[in-house]
Design a protein around this ligand. Structure first.
Ligand SMILES: C[S@@+](CC[C@H](N)C(=O)[O-])C[C@H]1O[C@@H](n2cnc3c(N)ncnc32)[C@H](O)[C@@H]1O
Length: 205
């Protein structure tokens, strides 16, 4: 993807999400308001979640797009202790920065649909979390409805190109459980886009 495309994507992200946020807002708020300690947010984008963190959070915001990160910086308030890493989750630099069993929470909202190798990332998450650490995921997933599922498969090759690598047809909920996580809270829901199914999962290792 060219830098011009990445810049445009960062510019339209918030206005586009504002139309869908009524569906996600309560999940984000509910999942994030009580977390504390060492937190890694993967794919922090334009910092849409920053408003929900309290001042007991030491946040590492991992975001490969400098254009997204620039917008996120505008949402950093004085109460938020944040360090930005301009990297992808599977980059060596991230491995060097984050020690095993050092994180209290890992937050992934609408990002495991886009990461290049989600299983590899989940194996790392498992290693980086403390024994009582938690993974928090809010994601759209492959629908259970046969028609919607086919629609997602059909649209995916084009969608992936226009939506910065986002896949409509990942079974992220299954992947999480196959990679050593145990769900302690989960809820499936229909997003405002008709064929979009969503899930939130709070999981322990
Ligand atoms: C759809 S946006 C979600 C942004 C934000 N988390 C939210 O909830 O609105 C996906 C973000 O993940 C980032 N991303 C894509 N691939 C990534 C990777 N391999 N590692 C980390 N972040 C990635 C993108 O740059 C983008 O900012």
């Amino acid at each position: 993807m060219s830098n011009l495309y990445k810049k445009l994507f960062a510019g339209i992200y918030d206005p586009f999400m504002n139309k869908l946020e009524h569906r996600f807002y309560d999940y984000r708020k509910g999942l994030l308001k009580e977390i504390s300690g060492n937190v890694l947010e993967v794919g922090s984008g334009t910092g849409i979640n920053f408003q929900f963190y309290n001042n007991n959070v030491n946040l590492i915001a991992l975001e490969p797009s400098p254009f997204m990160k620039k917008r996120a910086e505008l949402k950093v308030t004085t109460k938020l202790n944040v360090e930005f890493l301009i990297n992808k989750i599977n980059d060596e630099e991230v491995e060097k920065r984050i020690s095993d069993k050092s994180l209290d929470y890992i937050v992934c909202t609408l990002v495991l649909c886009s990461v290049d190798d989600p299983e590899k990332a989940l194996v790392k998450f498992h290693r980086w979390l403390k024994d009582d650490g938690k993974l928090i995921v809010l994601e759209h997933i492959h629908s259970e409805n046969k028609v919607n599922k086919k629609l997602q498969d059909a649209v995916n090759p084009v969608w992936k190109k226009v939506a910065d690598g986002c896949n409509l047809n990942r079974n992220t909920d299954v992947l999480i459980k196959q990679n050593g996580f145990v769900a302690i809270e989960e809820e499936y829901f229909q997003s405002s886009i008709r064929f979009h199914s969503g899930v939130f999962i709070k999981a322990t290792i």
